[in-house]
Ligand binder design. Structure first.
Ligand SMILES: Cc1cc2nc3c(=O)[nH]c(=O)nc-3n(C[C@H](O)[C@H](O)[C@H](O)COP(=O)(O)O)c2cc1C
Length: 159
């Protein structure tokens, strides 16, 4: 049982191959590291650099990906391929949230991530955000709010 004074850990694993997706990651981290939130350590890693130790470190996780060919990015898929069995049965009920940046759709990615996270028995904090269509600045606001929500929920021990 963690002590009340213990730092909570938030892991952000997001693929950002374009200027717009880099802005989405920045916005997510800006929210998560908001100055009004204390006692939360936020770690960002691109999917190819994140591993099972990072997931085991985390008290909650935010995933971010582009949709490529109707599926999550190969980088995020590689992350899941590597962490799935080492984390299975060790990260049950891990709270998570996800954003998907898609040109048009995003559904295939949402379904695929849903299946994998259901297998891991992770707990969705909110519905997956699909940021699709032409890029809009409001996507950054949504990502910032998501980062803040996750960090504030960890701080308040709601999750
Ligand atoms: C190889 C490739 C495949 C893509 N496939 C899809 C797709 O299946 N569905 C979709 O909605 N967008 C697709 N896109 C669009 C990307 O999701 C989009 O380029 C990415 O999210 C970056 O968006 P941005 O230009 O706003 O940074 C694809 C892009 C690339 C480069």
């Amino acid at each position: 049982m963690p002590r009340m004074s213990e730092t909570r850990n938030l892991l952000v694993v997001a693929h950002n191959p374009s200027p717009n997706t880099r802005k989405l990651v920045d916005a997510t981290l800006r929210g998560a590291r908001h100055e009004d939130i204390a006692g939360v350590d936020t770690r960002y890693l691109p999917p190819l650099e994140a591993g099972s130790d990072d997931v085991l470190w985390a008290d909650a996780i935010i995933l971010g990906t582009t949709e490529n060919f109707g599926y999550m990015s190969g980088a995020l898929k590689d992350f899941f391929d590597r962490i799935y069995y080492p984390c299975l049965e060790r990260t049950e009920a891990l709270p998570f949230a996800c954003w998907i940046r898609a040109g048009l759709d995003g559904t295939g990615t949402r379904i695929a991530i849903g299946k994998i996270t259901t297998g891991l028995k992770w707990k969705p904090v909110q519905e997956t955000m699909i940021l699709h269509g032409d890029y809009r600045d409001e996507f950054e606001e949504q990502c910032e709010e998501l980062g803040m929500l996750m960090a504030a929920s960890l701080e308040a021990r709601i999750i």
